[in-house]
Design a protein around this ligand. Structure first.
Ligand code: HEC
Length: 275
């Protein structure tokens, strides 16, 4: 019975997501339905908790750690970078509406001028460059801490990624293709684990649903190890013995665009603790 049910759900899912004219909104609807069937006890807003939404004990532990998060001082370093005046007297906040509050959920964005996806990191670097300041290295601690602080200014903002126009749609589709492509020695796609095997265990870890995954980055793993979303992509690629890609590569940015779109409507929370 259980196998038949799984096969049925797989058909349902494939049928919905691969429909010829399925656009981003239809993809998201199909995935939401898939998870609703697979995780009937999990409320939509709890998807932002990832694997913690699947394990009450782990969630209780998490909540007690988050009362006094061990990474408060690290995030404060990010605030210093955010507030540091440029040589021209302006600050990073001057590049963002509302001084940077409730903007991070609008990223990644598709920039029609360059024909590329711009991540929040990319927007911060564009601001530095436009003001004659040195850009920060993607994947560096200083950038990660800056993003940790800056995204915390958008806590509670609902993720609001837009895919508008043919060029944006093409970038979204490339991200989606990466997500569903099997690769590496184990021949797994992202979807194999996070869609088909959601809530199953890989060694000691329970697999989280992909909806909600992009709403809470960076994470501090084990309390203090700063991990960005694209670093996580690299780790997941390596887990299946596939070659990780570069930070800020067009392929990872498209993947981040696709994945973040799937968290639309869910509240951001940054940064968070993970085991
Ligand atoms: C072999 C199975 C496997 C594959 C394939 C895989 N992952 Fe993961 N992934 C995991 C495990 C295990 C975790 C940690 C538990 C969790 O949160 O799901 C994880 C965590 C994540 C997280 C963090 C979730 C959170 O809330 O902290 C993201 C984001 C993610 N994966 C994205 C991807 C992407 C994108 C791909 C494809 C490039 C991918 N994964 C492929 C196993 C996999």
């Amino acid at each position: 019975m259980r196998r038949r049910l799984t096969a049925f759900l797989a058909c349902l899912f494939l049928g919905a997501s691969l429909a010829a004219n399925a656009g981003p909104a239809e993809d998201r609807k199909a995935l939401t339905e898939h998870y609703k069937q697979r995780l009937p006890g999990v409320k939509f807003e709890d998807y932002v908790l990832g694997a913690l939404a699947l394990n009450k004990d782990a969630l209780d532990q998490y909540e007690s750690i988050m009362i006094f998060p061990p990474f408060v001082n690290d995030v404060d370093e990010g605030r210093k970078t955010w507030e540091k005046p440029f040589k021209n007297g302006k600050k990073l906040a001057s590049c963002f509406d509302g001084g940077g509050k409730n903007v991070a959920g609008n990223y990644p964005q598709f920039d029609n001028a360059s024909g590329k996806v711009v991540t929040f990191e990319g927007a911060l670097n564009a601001c530095l460059k436009a003001n004659g300041e040195a850009e920060l290295k993607y994947g560096s601690t200083v950038m990660g801490l800056l993003v940790s602080y800056t995204k915390s200014l958008s806590d509670g903002m609902k993720v609001n990624v837009k895919v508008e126009g043919p060029a944006a749609l093409a970038a979204y589709e490339k991200g989606k293709t990466h997500y569903y492509s099997r690769r590496g020695q184990l021949n797994f796609s992202c979807a194999t684990c996070h869609i088909d095997n959601v809530s199953n265990f890989v060694r000691s870890e329970q697999l989280s649903p992909m909806i909600g995954q992009a709403a809470h980055w960076p994470e501090f793993r084990a309390g203090t190890e700063l991990t960005t979303l694209q670093r996580r992509f690299q780790q997941c690629n390596s887990q299946t013995r596939a070659a990780p890609l570069e930070f800020n590569s067009e392929e990872y940015n498209n993947l981040e665009y696709f994945l973040t779109y799937m968290s639309n409507g869910l509240p951001m929370q940054t940064p968070v603790f993970r085991k």
